[in-house]
Design a protein around this ligand. Structure first.
Ligand SMILES: *Cc1c(COP(=O)(O)O)cnc(C)c1O
Length: 392
């Protein structure tokens, strides 16, 4: 078996990153109005569930993405859970989702009492493959009076949740077409893809509803936080209601008309988010430059390739990704060791959802592409801080 020139790859990654220091996978940067807005928030005493920064953050987000409504909430996982409720996912139903994703995508489905149903990924976009989706639906899908049923389990299939992996858009037009043909609502897990667009349209605007995350490692952070995006006025009203304990607005009375959640983003977090969102374009511009540098540093190296944005996409390059050639998959861990040893924080892809104890019995189609990708993916340092602010 041929062996990989690991030292050469480590040197190329170091050259691409262009800095000699220890480099984390993704660190936040607070070079804007963060301190000013946080101070303003504290001085106002409105640090919690009431305050002007939440509304301001939501309007900024809606106009940045190009969507009618944004509802801020406590984290991306909660945002996904509320999205699923809002499109009508009920207990004992199934939701189609990729196996190559962060645990939150699958867990949010469990939180509403439903079961993830895993479908394979596309090798170029690393996201849900519309061809595998249609293949799976044709195999197990049965049209019935209340929608699509899984003929093998008898459960209703209630939604499809594509995820834009590492900031690269999934084959979203194909996914929308298949989901539309089968009458399934699409919930986009856009947690990693704020600022990404496909054919000029932003990730998070394609499905009925989408979820974003502002965790500390995402492209824009609120400390912890998430948001729900939609163009649907009624759905927006409902998710706002659900994330605010389903309280009926009244000057003094407490009345709630369904089981809601205390998922509202605190004002303090939104203040941080406003300052961060002001810098989004700059972050993306720098992250795209880092990706270029890596691509140039790695070009022609045997055994490895740098994952570039799909056709018609403008990716935010949230996490830069190396893909080892298939014959070197068994040396992935040695490369991970060497990169981390050299002060270049590197991580494999997430363990596939269908291999986790709690999800191993879930329904699934063939997942050979996800399994193949998972064995070969290595994420490398991707912070915007790797690049100076001005283009150079
Ligand atoms: C970050 C992330 C989420 C949400 O994460 P939170 O930490 O709950 O904000 C959901 N899905 C994916 C794919 C993610 O990367």
């Amino acid at each position: 078996m041929a062996s990989l020139d690991i030292d050469q790859i480590v040197a190329a990654v170091r050259a691409g990153a262009g800095k000699p220091d220890y480099l984390p996978l993704h660190e936040p940067e607070f070079g804007g109005n963060e301190k000013a807005y946080l101070l303003e928030c504290i001085d106002s005493t409105f640090v919690s569930s009431v305050g002007q920064f939440v509304g301001r953050f939501e309007s900024m987000l809606a106009s940045t993405v190009g969507v009618r409504h944004a509802v801020a909430c406590v984290n991306g996982t909660a945002a996904l859970q509320v999205c699923l409720l809002a499109v009508g996912v009920r207990p004992d139903e199934e939701v189609i989702v990729p196996s190559l994703t962060f645990i939150a995508t699958a867990n949010s489905i469990s939180y509403v009492g439903a079961t993830p149903h895993f479908v394979d990924c596309d090798p170029v976009t690393l996201g849900l493959d519309p061809e595998r989706l249609v293949e799976r639906l044709e195999t197990i899908g049965e049209r019935s009076s209340d929608g699509i049923r899984n003929a093998e389990t008898g459960r209703r299939i209630a939604a499809v949740v594509p995820m834009h992996t590492f900031g690269h858009p999934a084959k979203i037009d194909g996914i929308l077409k298949v989901a539309g043909d089968w009458g399934l609502p699409v919930v986009e897990d856009a947690a990693e893809s704020l600022g990404t667009s496909y054919r000029g349209r932003a990730a998070g605007t394609f499905g009925r509803v989408a979820a974003l995350s502002f965790n500390g490692n995402k492209i824009v952070t609120t400390g912890g936080g998430g948001a729900i995006l939609t163009d649907d006025d009624d759905l927006a009203r409902h998710v706002k209601h659900l994330t605010t304990t389903a309280k009926i607005p009244h000057r003094w009375a407490f009345d709630h008309d369904e089981v809601g959640y205390n998922y509202r983003m605190p004002n303090l977090n939104a203040a941080l988010g406003c300052a961060q969102l002001e810098q989004l374009e700059g972050f993306i511009e720098r992250k795209r430059r880092i990706a270029k540098h890596y691509q140039q540093a790695l070009v022609g190296l045997p055994g490895v390739r740098f994952v570039v944005e799909p056709e018609h996409a403008r990716s935010n390059y949230w996490l830069n990704t190396l893909l080892l050639d298939r014959e070197f998959a068994d040396q992935r861990d040695a490369l991970l060791d060497a990169l981390n040893e050299a002060g270049l924080m590197a991580r494999p892809a997430w363990k596939l959802m269908h291999r986790l104890r709690m999800y191993e019995a879930c329904p699934r189609g063939r997942l050979d592409v996800s399994e193949d990708l998972e064995a070969r993916i290595v994420n490398i340092p991707s912070s915007a801080t790797l690049m100076p602010k001005a283009a150079g």
